[in-house]
Design a protein around this ligand. Structure first.
Ligand code: MF3
Ligand code: CO
Ligand code: CO
Length: 255
């Protein structure tokens, strides 16, 4: 299929899908409290997607994924399956929502604190957000994807954290995961050159310890091999004529 350049009509639909995904994260935020289960968060998001947004939760049944959102807690890196386990004070949790509206996907995630985080957890969540943001702010026609990965890796490692290699950002549109792959590490001046009309995610996964991952027996949940904390932030972006538009940013919110 290659990299699809979106038409103005497709871009308008991507904007709508992106805003709906972002509104999910805003909606779920006040529910993230000690004692709630990730199953309950999943149910709230699922119902909101279907009933309030008349949209479809993309993760549900995607390659067999059993729930409507991903919830990745503490040492879980990504693709955590919502469960009956309660969140507790001091946990950090990534909520990753992807919705389909009018055939197009919007994909975004952020970190939430459950009660009061440790100093390390707070720093990891801040630095990983900075990694995502500095990647986003580089986006414009003519740069290489490798420029983005390189700067994300530099910022993470300067703060003595590591970048997960096995999972990456991705092109997105009618298809959930399409080309190009957006690596969060690597060499400047390598890889795809950006053009207006491309849409893709930037979603660095940053570990407090070593970069290595382990897949849990459920075949979905990815955890840090050394059991260190991990954090991730994700936005869906459009390359414009002179820069970028963050399709999953709500008016008044910071990147
Ligand atoms: N939302 C994830 C991403 O950012 C993908 C989740 S796929 C699932 O690409 F099947 F685990 F839901
Ligand atoms: Co994504
Ligand atoms: Co996502």
């Amino acid at each position: 299929m290659g990299i699809t350049l979106k038409t103005p009509e497709a871009i308008e639909k991507m904007r709508i899908a992106g805003q709906l995904a972002a509104e999910q994260l805003r909606m779920i935020a006040p529910h993230i409290q000690p004692g709630i289960t990730t199953n309950e968060l999943n149910q709230i998001c699922h119902d909101y997607t279907i009933n309030e947004q008349q949209a479809t939760p993309a993760p549900l049944n995607y390659h067999g994924f059993p729930k409507s959102i991903c919830t990745s807690v503490n040492n879980q890196i990504c693709h955590g399956i919502p469960s009956a386990k309660k969140l507790k004070n001091g946990d950090i949790v990534n909520i990753d929502v992807t919705i389909i509206k009018d055939g197009y996907h919007g994909d975004t995630s952020k970190m939430f604190f459950v009660g009061k985080p440790s100093i390390l957890a707070e720093r990891l969540c801040r630095i990983s957000r900075e990694c995502m943001r500095l990647g986003v702010e580089m986006v414009k026609p003519g740069i290489h994807l490798g420029d983005i990965g390189h700067n994300i890796q530099k910022h993470a490692e300067a703060n003595h954290f590591s970048v997960v290699r096995e999972y990456c950002g991705h092109g997105i549109g009618k298809v959930f995961h399409e080309e190009p792959q957006v690596l969060h590490y690597g060499d400047a001046g390598t890889g795809v050159i950006l053009e207006p009309g491309m849409t893709f995610t930037i979603e660095p996964m940053i570990n407090a310890g070593k970069r290595h991952v382990r897949l849990m027996p459920d075949q979905w949940t990815v955890v840090t091999k050394d059991r260190s904390l991990s954090a991730q932030w994700e936005h869906t972006l459009l390359v414009t004529e002179d820069g970028y538009e963050v399709l999953t940013q709500l008016p008044g919110d910071e990147i």
